[in-house]
Design a protein around this ligand. Structure first.
Ligand SMILES: Nc1ncnc2c1ncn2[C@@H]1O[C@H](COP(=O)(O)OP(=O)(O)OP(=O)(O)O)[C@@H](O)[C@H]1O
Ligand SMILES: [Mg+2]
Length: 160
């Protein structure tokens, strides 16, 4: 079941980075964050900040996983960054072993999550980015399941 959405204004890149970093700091083993929004909305940029919050070493630079669909980075928790923009179909997800990552003890951050189809996890934080200016975005965060609910309250206090 989805909780009440939290809207966070991101007037500049620095605020997006601050939000991402807090998400990384608050992440717990087995968490899943889905990132939706148009091409260039800032999903990968946000993932880089999540990596910073997770203490992914700076020499592990988080890029768009154009080739391979999934990249893994070490940190306080393993970060599994997935980008399904170029996904062929659900059978490719199974070949990738995506279910093991989704059920694993790291943090999954998933761009273009709609491509997951029936594999979409019921417990997740859904984050949608809307572009409303050259450097301005709005993030809408919705907790599906209980795991993120309390942490959204914390974020609501920090980003209001
Ligand atoms: N407030 C902001 N938040 C996030 N990105 C911003 C912001 N302002 C400007 N940008 C810029 O917008 C671009 C976002 O690109 P990014 O690759 O993160 O998008 P994306 O959503 O991952 O795109 P794709 O769908 O192609 O993977 C970056 O160049 C970033 O610097
Ligand atoms: Mg991207």
């Amino acid at each position: 079941m989805a909780g009440l959405p939290l809207h966070v204004a991101l007037p500049d890149l620095a605020t997006t980075c601050k939000l991402g970093q807090r998400l990384g700091e608050l992440a717990a083993p087995g968490d899943i964050i889905t990132l939706s929004g148009d091409l260039g909305a800032g999903k990968t940029t946000l993932t880089q900040a999540i990596g910073k919050g997770l203490a992914v070493p700076a020499d592990h630079y988080i890029t768009s996983p154009t080739f391979g669909l999934l990249h893994e980075y070490p940190g306080r928790l393993p970060l599994y960054h997935m980008d399904f923009y170029r996904l062929g179909g659900e059978e490719e997800l199974l070949e990738l072993g995506v279910e093991e990552y989704l059920e694993g003890e790291g943090l999954c951050v998933i761009e273009w999550p709609d491509r997951l189809g029936s594999l979409m996890p019921t417990e997740r934080l859904q984050l949608e980015l809307t572009v409303n200016g050259p450097t301005s975005r709005e993030a809408t965060l919705t907790a599906f399941g209980d795991r993120w609910r309390g942490r959204l309250t914390i974020l609501a206090g920090e980003f209001s």
